[in-house]
Write a protein that binds this ligand. Sequence first.
Ligand code: VOV
Length: 247
Amino acid sequence: MVEAVKTHDGWYCLHDFRTINWAKWRILSSEKRSQLTNDFINFITSLENVSAENNGSHYFFDVTGHKADLGLMLLRPELSDLNNVENQFNKLEIADYFVRTHSYISVIELSTYSGDSSNPKVMKHIQNRLYPQLPKNKYVCFYPMNKKRDGDDNWFRLSMEERQKLMYDHGMIGRQYAGQIRQFITGSIGFDDHEWGVTLFSNDALQFKKIVYEMRFDEASSRYGDFPYFMVGVHLPKENIPTFLSL
Ligand code: VOV
């Protein structure tokens, strides 16, 4: 029997995408728009308080293209915590002017292909990666990913050793982007329609194309990777929200 790799699993993750109904927003008086914007900012402040206590993390972004206008990546200890934040968001009056176009549910995942160390230094590193504070980089790229089960190209029928070798080669490519890209791999088997979520952060959007392109030639992706869609956006810090929503 082919052995499943053991995983370390951390915070649960919701990617939430909404478009803004600008036509409806425009009809409001500027006083009303300011009031709803302030409520939204207060909601973001409540999320920041959770991050400050290291009970979660979040990153808002302005999505490029038609797929959405506003994106949120949210990390929380329990799946039910994601529901709570989602409901809080939906109950804001400003949410009446947003239309949800997409969402994706997963959990921060680290596989143990490179060995499962109990060395305290490595354990600390693993903890930091499982319960991370998301970076504030200018750009974000999110996409789900599957590993193929297609005739001879079946990732889930490869031996542990074969998968270890492929993931090692994958990691070597990834390491060349150290300092340029931060990657967060989230597992979504059993949670959403695809198998993993990949979220990349960078201050240079072109690095997303470069790493994804380079990895396309690596066997883990060229033979076994399946990429349903991609979304990119620009960081939307709280102080930029009034300008983002102003007409
Ligand atoms: C900065 C870039 C970077 C780096 C350093 C990196 C390294 C590593 C290592 C060392 C490991 C294995 C251990 C672990 O940590 O889980 C992984 C794991 C994984 N990766 Fe990766 N990856 C990167 C980046 C990176 C990208 C750009 C992609 C998308 C692939 C592409 O073609 O677009 C990706 C995918 C994945 C996935 C889906 C997994 C889980 C596979 C599984 O079967 O479990 N990844 N990854």
